[in-house]
Design a protein around this ligand. Sequence first.
Ligand SMILES: CC(C)(COP(=O)(O)OP(=O)(O)OC[C@H]1O[C@@H](n2cnc3c(N)ncnc32)[C@H](O)[C@@H]1OP(=O)(O)O)[C@@H](O)C(=O)NCCC(=O)NCCS
Length: 288
Amino acid sequence: MTLRQDYFDDPSAWNALVDLLQDTFSIDVSILDQFDGPDRTSMPFGYFDADGRCVANFTAFSMPMIINGRVVKAAGYQSGAVGPEWRKRGLYRDLMQRAFAHTVTEGYELDLLLTDKPALYERYGFRILPQHIFVAQTPTLQKSDLSARQLFLDAPDDLRLIKTLLQDRQPASAQFAVVRQMEMFLLNASFNSAIRLTALGDDTVVAWTFDGATFWLLDIVGTAIPSLATIVSALDIEPERIEICFSPDRLDCEVSLEPYDGYTMLMVRGKAAADIVGPLMLSPMAEF
Ligand SMILES: CC(C)(COP(=O)(O)OP(=O)(O)OC[C@H]1O[C@@H](n2cnc3c(N)ncnc32)[C@H](O)[C@@H]1OP(=O)(O)O)[C@@H](O)C(=O)NCCC(=O)NCCS
């Protein structure tokens, strides 16, 4: 078996990871090839067999966050998997230790991951960060002058606008939000056909879902963050219930909290972890 790191420039090795993730999680990350490929900040660590199959992998990537008003150099960890016949031999422990050593050397202040197996990471100093849904009172709707236009990832002009705004965005929250994360936004939008991406004017894209009663505000990608009232008015919907799926400090609205009971748990460690205060949620569009 061969250990490889930083191997995403080799298409056959990337495709071997795509296969491992398909077999392990039933997700197809090759969708990223329709955009600009995997996140260029990624530092994957993997074991490959003699036939070039990826039998184990763990990837660190850069995910700058804004926390309590300060930009924090944060790393995320994803694509952690070992093929069934290779498990319980210490391969994952080896890859985790390599990835954690790499990010320590690179001076990351915060490590983040999402998992359904928190015990796996607690021994490395990660702790669960409880997440909350922010339930907002329905704002007073105004007549909106903003144009609202649905965007499609397979329409080149729409994709260009989304990518430009993902580069230039103001973080959706100053409390707890990604500063820049393009690939996961595009992947999450591709994975879930219920997610609507709507341009409000030329400088804001809203990611949302609506089942006719509940409106879920998933993310805002824009050079400025409009108020909740502006968004709901521009979308021209009259929800009975509004759930905001990220810290809503920039939305100028009243909220109450409900614990978020997701399939995975958000875990953190690192010296900037102490700066994280108050209720928060990582936008589903930034989930990794
Ligand atoms: C979880 C998984 C990656 C472990 O891989 P592995 O190569 O068998 O793990 P290792 O043999 O290197 O074990 C590493 C450590 O994790 C522990 N561990 C393994 N599976 C675990 C689990 N499900 N829950 C908690 N701890 C676990 C081991 O006891 C070992 O502990 P130690 O370092 O104190 O000895 C593998 O079972 C897998 O791919 N599962 C499906 C995908 C998945 O859940 N990925 C993780 C997503 S966050």
